[in-house]
Design a protein around this ligand. Sequence first.
Ligand code: NZQ
Ligand code: ZN
Length: 383
Amino acid sequence: MDKFTYHNPTRIHFGEGQIAAIANDIPKDKKVLVVYGGGSIKHNGVYDQVANALSGHQWDEFSGIEPNPQYDTLMQAVAKVKEGGFDFLLAVGGGSVVDGTKFISAAARFAGNDPWDILAKQQPVVDAVPLGCILTLPATGSESNAGSVVSRGKDKLFFMSPLVQPIFAVLDPSTTLSLSPRQVANGVIDAYIHVMEQYLTFPANAKVQDRFAEGLLMNLIEEGPKALATPNDLAVRANIMWSATQALNGLIGVGVPQDWTTHMIGHELTGNYGIDHARTLSIILPAVMKQRRADKAEKLLQYGERIFGITEGSNDERIDAAIAKTIDFFKTMEVPTCLADVELDSTAIDPVMESLEKHGMTVLGERGNVTLTESRAILETAL
Ligand code: NZQ
Ligand code: ZN
């Protein structure tokens, strides 16, 4: 295990009715801009709960943040923040709203010429508007991490800054009951693959991280299908919501090698073809497991044994079985597991390769050996 410093400053309010807690978390002298998406919060009662909680505050709202939040829309919010003198942002929605609000927070206080440079040139964020969030879609982990992913045309880029990490996050599982089955499945799969990116690498003798990661994977395998079969079961939603937060709040990633090949290729699939984030991952991860099986052999065997009880056969057979079980789970969650499942063929690969190169994604993986040649091989394996 490598040395590390761990600090997660986001205060979590978990459980039914916890939206009310924000009243005390946002100082009364702050001018609050509530940021949300396409309107789901108007239909499931979340907006009304937010309005009640903010009754003692001065606040206004900005709506229309899209899935895969778009730079141009976010810049309209930045203009509103500056003109209105807002000094606190409250994101209410899924990962896209939280990520978008993080970018608004940084861009509104950006001293350079072009806020796009925060993403494209990784210009450092030295000031940001403080923000909190109310999460309505368990998936990304954005509610308690420092990352944000923003899109502009075919470019889907990320930045990280501790200054945009939410001060608080409300996780009320009952807000997730209005999700469509597709979004429920997407969330479970995104969380699962966040764990895999930090777990399926090479052994680092990091037993806490490994066992914790395996626990999250097992919870998601157990609870994910239940969320589709019995969509009104709040206990199931609660376990999924807390698993998704833990999957990407930094804890399981400390002191261990991390991969993120699946995500980096996945972002280019979304940028080029508009495929939902999680569905790019369920397409690419099986191909990464197949293509990188030699580098990942020890962890693939551990994963197969501890998650699926695979102990019989040669190492190769056990790895094959672990990959097959993973694909079975994805199919149970009704997500695509190859490019053909989303009507893409080999002609789809070149544009993705061009995007990877343009974005400097030329050396990926926990060993830094996933070159463009390897990424192409992964995409071909994903056909
Ligand atoms: O816009 P509204 O009307 O709210 O509808 C949304 C949206 O259409 C809807 N939704 C959200 N909560 C709902 C609901 N519908 C009914 N009931 C509810 N309770 O769901 C749709 C999708 O929402 P979105 O926020 O796009 O989904 P998700 O949370 O999966 O976020 C995906 C984005 O996060 C990024 C992805 O790349 C993508 O842009 N990621 C961010 C990460 C991070 N910051 O750490 C890591 C991830 O790997 C990921 O890259
Ligand atoms: Zn993800």
